[in-house]
Design a protein around this ligand. Sequence first.
Ligand code: BGC
Length: 371
Amino acid sequence: MKRIVILSLTLLVFAGLVMTGLAGCKAKEKAEESKLAVGIVLPTKDEPRWLQDETRFRDALGKAGYTVEILFSQGDPARERANVEALLAKGIKVIIICPHDGAAAAAAADEAKKAGASVISYDRLITGTKNVDYYVTFDSVTVGMEFGKYLVGKASGKGNNLYLYAGAATDNNAFLFFEGAWKVLQPKIADGTFVIRNSSEAVALSAKKDLDRAELGKIIGQVTTNWDFNVAKNLAEANLTSVGKPAKGKVFIAAPNDGTARAIADAFAADPDVKEYYISGQDAEKASVQYIIDGKQSMTVFKDVRTLVKDAISAAVTILEGKSPQASGAYDNGATKVPAIQSEVITVTKDNVKSALIESGYYSAGDFTGL
Ligand code: BGC
C-alpha cells in the first residue's frame, strides 16, 4: 500500500515536472518568436511626435523582454516601402506601419501580405487596400472637435477673426481633424461669431456643416501646412501679409498640431498688429507644453502614446498567436472596413497641465520651467 502511494506520488511529481517543462518551452518558444516577429515603421524623425512613439515602443517592448526593429521613412514613401521590404526579408511576421502617405503605403501593405505578414496601421490609416489587418488610433474627429470647442469657448460677440490651418493632404488624419474642427466651428461661422480670414474655399462652403471628402480637400488644399514647420510659418506670414489691420487685433487660430502651432504662433506673435491670439494644437510635445506654460500656445490635445503603443503591441501578439485582436469599431479605408481600436484624448491648457501630464507620469516636472 505504502509503495503504491509513493509510486503514485512520484508519477504525479514527474508528470507535473514534464508539464511545467513543456509549458516553459512553449512560453520560451513564443517569446523567441515574438522577439523576432514584429517590425515597426514610423514616418519621420523630424517631428517630436514620432520620437515620442519610438521611445514609448522601446520602453514597452524592453520591459516585456522583446527586441524590436524601428525604421523611419523620413517622409518618403519609397523609403517606407524599402523599410517594409527590409523587415520582411528578416522574416518579420507582423508589421506596424504609420504611413507617411496613406495611399502610397498600400503597395507596402500588399507586399507584406504577399510575404505572409500581417499589417497593423498605426495612428494613420493605410488606404485603398484590403491588406490592412487592424488599425490602432486615437479618436481623430474628436481631436478636431476639441480645437473647435476651445476656440468657440474663447470667442464672444460677432466678427472674430478666424484662421484655419490643416495637416498634410496625404494623411487621412488631416481630414478627420479638419472635419471635427469644422463640425464645431461652422455653426459659429454661419451665425457671424467668426469670420474666416485665410481661406476663400472655406468661406464658399461656410453654410455647410457636413463636408464631403472632396469639399474638405478643397479647403485643406488651400490651408495645408503639409505637417511642416516651415510651410506653416510661411503660410501664416503670407496670410498676415495679405490681410488688412481689421483682420488682426484679436485672432483665433485652428492649428492642426503642436509643431505647426508653434510655427504659426511665432508668426502671429511677430506681427505688431496682432494684439491677442488663441491657438490650438495636439500631441503634447514638450516644446508646446512649455509654450502653454509660457502663454504662447493656448491648448494641446494630449494623445497618450503609451496607450497606443500598448494597443499596437497587444494586437501584434494576438495576431502572432493566430487570433484576431479585439476591435471596438471599424474604419473604411476605401477598399475594406479595417477593424480598429480607438483611444480617447484629453485637452490640456495651462489649468490642467500638471494633472494631465506630470501627475499622470507622462513627463516629469523637471522637463519644464515655470510650472
Ligand atoms: C498624427 C498627429 C501628428 C501629425 C503630424 C498625424 O497623423 O495623428 O499626432 O501631429 O500626423 O505628424
